[in-house]
Structures are given as structure tokens and as C-alpha cells.
Ligand binder design. Structure first.
Ligand SMILES: [Zn+2]
Length: 415
């Protein structure tokens, strides 16, 4: 998980600075090809476990039963028993030690340098980028001059600067970060490129936070914690809490209406605990803007991570501390179902809205492996989803053989 987030950050930053004129889709395609075409890189990640188990050679001279040492063992041998793994430079060691070390230290220049080195060793094509500061040099070389005057836009630069807590050298980035694609004839590019970058930065910040806080939790739980900690729902709540939604530049009345509906839901839930937002269904623009502003700060700070980590601590961390815990992600029926099914190793469970008429009660069905499993109805989709998920949880918990009979996910993994 950590390896993924570091590599996503490195490749996203690289793709962003190298392709300053490309749109989000193009950026995503280039990033995907950078990582996925590398067979070595792919197998290194996928077979990580395999490497751990069988690639270590067993030095007979130094082998001892676990915890066993003889009086005749010299200091050198004792040391070799303990440390021989580090001398064994397999690919897995490279990934593990360099990226592991990068994670365990603060995200300072040294650790990011290590992460960059690891990326090179994994044959990620980063061309001339050897140091983190090279990103900014490349960016400066490719940069297009700002064609618009930020002060002319209907956007409160002062107020947004205050919310972000960073004084921008290039205030045009604020306007770009807040501009939705629906603005007619906009001279400012929409926020998608910054969102692409901010998404990777935020992913890294959240993963870093989770490892620090729950580093000893099993990987499956960490995975679920991350899903709960960074998604459209929680970021949209954050957007409303920060009152950033009032600064978004868009040209859609539909969007305006759905933003207002969501704001009402959030304002009526201030006292609620856990992931109360799981079924609010916010318009995507709200979470996009959080990501694009984080991207904007990252660009404005010359691709240094400290300022964005600070921003993460001020913005998202309080929300995570208050609402996300190992326990909370299992309490809400929708989250609980997700957790239960994923903990088993099943990836094919979803809740679908199957309401026919716009008015009247809403209906939802939980599908497991494309087969309807339970249903729920209510005055709104939220209630219907909750009921369907609650029933599904009850059934699955009552009969432990049920999920193993329905799920074929494990059969399709061949080791
Ligand atoms: Zn399954």
C-alpha cells in the first residue's frame, strides 16, 4: 500500500511537470503506461510475497533454530545471523529497504531521494529526474506563462487564501483549482490537471498518516481504513466544513442544486459520529476541489511535500481523528458490510439503487457476485441502502458458510 502511494506520487508529479499542456485523461494514460508496462516492476509488486518466502538463500554456516545461539558463536557470526538479510540484494530487498526506509523516516528530502532511487531501480522511466528538486526544474522549463489575470475573476482570492493558509506566489492557481469544466468560455483551464496531481499527493499524505497511526494493523484493515479516509464522501464533507463550496466557479444550475442539498445534509449532521456521510451521495465537484487545491499548493510550493503535509494535518486529519477508527469503519451497516465482505477476500459485493419511479419509496438491492442477495426500501435511497446492508450483514453473520458458498474470488487467485 505504501509502495503504491509513493510511486503514484512520484509518477504523477513527473507526468504533470512533463506534460503541462495535456488534459487529465491524457495524464492518467501516461502515468498508467509508465508503471504498468514495466514487467519487472509489475512482477516485483505482484510477487512480493513470493520473493519474501523463497528468494532468500539459506546460508548453512549461519543457520540456527529461531532464537538459538551457541557459546562458540563469534561476534561476527552472531551479527551475520541477525543481519544477513540486508546483504542479500534481491529485488524485494531493494523495494522493501529503500521504500520502507523512506516511509519510516519523515518525508524529508533524504527519504524522498531514497524513494526516487527505488523508483529508478524499479525501472520506472523518470528520465533525468534524480533529485526531488528536479521536478521543479523540469516544470520551470516546460511552464506556460499564465495567460489570465487572476484578479479579474469572480473568485475571492483573499478568502480562499485564508482557508488554505498559504499565500500563493501564483494566484492563478487558486482560480484554476476552483474552476469547473462547466464554466462557459472560460479563459482559465478547469481544475482537472491540478486534481490529478492533488489526488496523488493526498493519497500519499493519508497513507503516511495511517501507517503512523495504525502501522501494526493487518493489511486488510489498513486497506479499508484508507478507503474510509480518502473518498468523495469525506472530502466533500471537508469542502463544506471549510466553506469552500461557495467559491467554486461553475456554470451549472443542476450542480448548484445538488451542492445545496448536500450542504443541508452535512449541516444537519454536525453531532453525528462515525462515517455519517456514507450515503449522502455528494456531487463530485466538492471532493475534486479539495484535491485540486492541494495540487495547487504542491505546485506553488515547488513540489515540496512539507507544506501539503501541513495542510493535510490542518484540513483532513481532524476529521479522520474524530470520525475514522478501526471500530467506526465497522459500525455503519454499509461500511460494516463492505468490511465484512472484504475481510473475507471478496471484491464483488455492491449495493444498487433499483427504484423505478422518481416519486414514492426507494428500493436498493445488495448484489454478491452479480446475484441479488438482500433488498431494502425506504423513503429515500439512504434509508433503502442502510436497510439492505443491515439485512445482508445479519444473514452473513448468522450463517458463516454463506459467503464462502457465494464467493469465487479466492478461486481466481493463483499463487
Ligand atoms: Zn467474492
Amino acid at each position: 500500500m505504501f509502495v503504491d502511494s509513493v510511486l503514484k506520487l512520484i509518477t504523477s508529479t513527473f507526468v504533470f511537470v512533463k506534460n503541462i499542456r495535456s488534459n487529465e485523461d491524457a495524464l492518467t494514460d501516461i502515468r498508467t503506461s509508465m508503471i504498468s508496462n514495466k514487467a519487472l516492476f509489475k512482477s516485483a509488486l505482484e510477487l512480493e510475497r513470493y520473493y519474501y518466502i523463497s528468494s532468500q538463500t539459506l546460508p548453512r554456516r549461519y543457520w540456527r533454530p529461531h532464537g538459538f545461539a551457541t557459546a562458540s558463536d563469534s561476534e561476527q557470526i552472531t551479527k551475520a545471523i541477525k543481519f544477513h538479510k540486508l546483504a542479500d540484494k534481491t529485488l524485494a530487498d531493494v523495494i522493501e529497504s529503500t521504500l520502507g526506509a523512506a516511509y519510516l523516516t519523515d518525508p524529508t528530502n533524504t527519504s524522498l531521494k531514497l524513494a526516487l532511487q527505488a523508483a529508478h531501480q524499479l525501472q520506472v522511466p523518470l528520465e533525468t529526474v534524480l533529485l526531488w528538486s528536479d521536478f521543479n526544474q523540469l516544470f520551470e522549463a516546460e511552464k506556460i506563462e499564465c495567460l489570465y489575470d487572476a484578479s479579474l475573476r469572480e473568485c475571492s482570492i483573499e478568502r480562499v487564501t485564508e482557508i488554505v493558509g498559504h499565500t500563493f506566489k501564483n494566484t492563478g492557481l487558486i482560480v484554476e483549482a476552483l474552476t469547473h469544466a462547466s464554466v462557459p468560455a472560460s479563459s482559465v483551464p478547469c481544475y482537472q490537471r491540478l486534481e490529478f496531481l492533488g489526488d496523488a499527493v493526498l493519497d500519499f499524505c493519508v497513507t503516511d498518516y495511517l501507517f503512523e497511526k495504525y502501522g501494526t494493523a493487518p493489511p486488510g484493515l489498513l486497506h479499508n481504513l484508507r478507503k474510509s479516509s480518502v473518498n468523495n464522501d469525506i472530502l466533500s464533507v471537508l469542502c463544506v466544513q471549510l466553506k469552500l463550496h461557495t467559491h467554486i466557479r461553475h456554470g451549472s444550475s443542476y450542480l448548484l442544486e445538488s451542492i445545496l442539498q448536500f450542504v443541508q445534509l452535512v449541516q444537519g449532521s454536525t453531532e453525528k459520529e462515525g462515517e455519517y456521510w456514507l450515503d449522502f451521495n455528494p456531487p463530485k465537484v466538492l471532493s475534486d476541489v479539495i484535491e485540486s487545491l492541494i495540487g495547487a499548493v504542491y505546485v506553488d510550493c515547488e513540489f515540496r511535500l512539507e507544506p501539503v503535509l501541513k495542510l493535510f494535518k490542518r484540513w483532513l486529519k481532524p476529521l479522520l481523528e474524530k470520525h475514522i477508527s478501526l471500530q467506526s469503519i465497522q459500525e455503519h451497516p454499509v461500511g460494516k458490510l463492505k468490511y465484512f465482505v472484504q475481510a473475507y477476500g471478496c471484491h464483488q459485493c455492491e449495493t444498487r439503487n433499483i427504484t423505478q419511479n422518481a416519486s414514492g419509496p426507494k428500493n436498493c438491492i445488495v448484489f454478491i457476485h452479480q446475484k441479488p442477495f438482500t433488498s431494502g426500501s425506504g423513503l429515500n435511497t439512504r434509508e433503502a441502502r442502510k436497510e439492505a446492508a443491515t439485512r445482508a450483514c445479519e444473514l452473513l453473520q448468522q450463517d458463516e458458510t454463506l459467503l464462502p458458498r457465494l464467493c469465487t474470488c479466492k478461486q481466481s487467485i493463483d499463487f
